[in-house]
Design a binder for this molecule. Structure first.
Ligand code: PLP
Length: 406
């Protein structure tokens, strides 16, 4: 991963770069930097290269602009998990197909989704949930029902293994019951977020095979869920093509592949590069920087699961100082508002400096609260490259254009 310490060319910085934003706004509140071109590139990649249908998992970043942009880029299906997400997406892209993929739903939410918003696809992991869906839809015959299997999260940085999913060896009764009701029957799983190897999917597909063989049912959809990675310091995954190839191969070897559809539900991979955060250093205490956003803002994962994000000093004069490791304190009065990092920044960083924290489009802005009165400032569209990318092609410069020189 490259890291750059931008010198702000006040006169020469093209508009639409991170440096220009600092030069122009000198923002007192954290600024969200949006890169629509990066989200568009990610969407096109999934639409063109995933060997099946990608749907966007809205919880990763529910911003209306992003949802509209993904739709315009060819993403036609959206994975929603709450009735509020159903209403949100239905209001922005009424023609989109919504799939309600939370295995535990309120009956009222199922009813509204089905009767008001035209949702036909639901996931479940018990016969009780199936009964809820049947009641809430008045015994509808046009349902796509996806049975969620529990699979290992061993290859992922964030587990999704304990809360949802029926064990493959206990899945037969649920699969058979859902087959009776469903017009279209699917099997879905989630390997955990930020899966660091394609083997996570290959192994999960073996459980799909075991479950459908044991139950003796035909399934019409195999949905490999989310978990596709992005790039962060210390977490550099293989190429997404390698994931797609492994999934394609595992899918083709299933007994249902001749008739079934393949789906996936990327959240993080579609939006991580979409946004970054510009913060100001308010105080320095040794190796600790007090910045104006934190655990209750866009940095929840940095605080609570020790996630590391790339950082870059944004200063008019740049810096020749060597990098050293810093940790961050957020702006609230809470000791928990602490991000251990390490975040690598020049040793001469001081109060008043700005830092860009990269790769925050997924599970960043989406988690923000207004605790203690600290909220986000503006969102600004920039045209420079995200700090890292899984999508930049060979022909584009290896060094991102947000290195601004005088
Ligand atoms: C969170 C979630 C996703 C998206 O996961 P990522 O790791 O962000 O790709 C997809 N499907 C379901 C059911 C989820 O809960």
């Amino acid at each position: 991963m490259h890291k750059h310490h931008s010198a702000l060319g006040l006169a020469t910085a093209p508009t639409g770069t991170t440096g220009a934003v600092v030069a122009k706004l000198r923002p007192v509140q954290p600024v969200t930097l949006l890169r629509p071109h990066a989200a568009r590139r990610a969407a096109r990649f999934f639409v063109e290269k995933f060997p099946g249908r990608p749907m966007y998992a809205v919880k990763a970043n529910p911003s209306p602009e992003l949802i509209a942009l993904l739709w315009e880029s060819g993403v036609t299906h959206f994975d929603v998990a709450s009735i509020a997400e159903v209403r949100l997406v239905a209001g922005i892209v009424p023609e989109a197909t919504l799939c309600f993929m939370h295995p535990v739903k309120a009956e009222e939410a199922i009813a509204e989704a089905y009767h008001v918003h035209g949702v036909r696809t639901f996931s479940l992991d018990t016969e009780e949930e199936l009964a809820k869906i049947v009641r809430a839809t008045n015994g509808a015959r046009d349902l796509t029902l996806c049975v969620r299997l529990r699979v290992s999260s061993d290859h992922s940085k964030l587990s999704l293994a304990s809360k949802f999913g029926v064990d493959a060896r206990d899945a037969a009764p649920v699969l058979l019951a859902a087959r009776q009701v469903a017009d279209t029957l699917g099997v879905c799983f989630h390997v955990g977020s930020q899966a660091m190897t394609p083997a996570a999917y290959t192994q999960a597909m073996e459980l799909v095979r075991a479950a459908i063989v044991e139950a003796g049912v035909t399934v019409d959809v195999v949905d490999v869920g989310g978990g596709f990675p992005s790039v962060y310091p210390g977490m550099e995954p293989p190429s997404l093509e390698a994931y797609f190839a492994a999934i394609h191969e595992a899918f083709e070897s299933l007994p249902v592949s001749y008739s079934a559809e393949l789906w996936c539900e990327p959240g993080r991979a579609l939006c991580a590069e979409y946004a970054s955060l510009l913060v100001r250093v308010e105080k320095r205490r040794g190796e600790e920087l007090y910045i104006n956003d934190g655990a209750y803002g866009a940095l929840f994962d940095a605080a609570h699961v020790g996630w590391r994000f790339p950082t870059e000093l944004v200063r008019e004069s740049g810096s020749d100082a060597k990098d050293m490791a810093f940790s961050f304190y957020g702006p609230t009065c809470d000791d928990l508002d602490h991000m251990a990092g390490p975040f690598m920044l020049p040793a001469d960083i001081a109060a008043g400096d700005y830092i860009e924290i990269g790769m925050l489009g997924a599970y960043g802005c989406a988690m923000r609260t207004g605790f203690n009165g600290f909220t986000a400032g503006e969102s600004v569209i920039v045209e420079d490259e995200p700090m890292a990318s899984l999508y930049r092609t060979e022909t584009e410069p290896a060094v991102p254009s947000n290195v601004i020189t005088l």
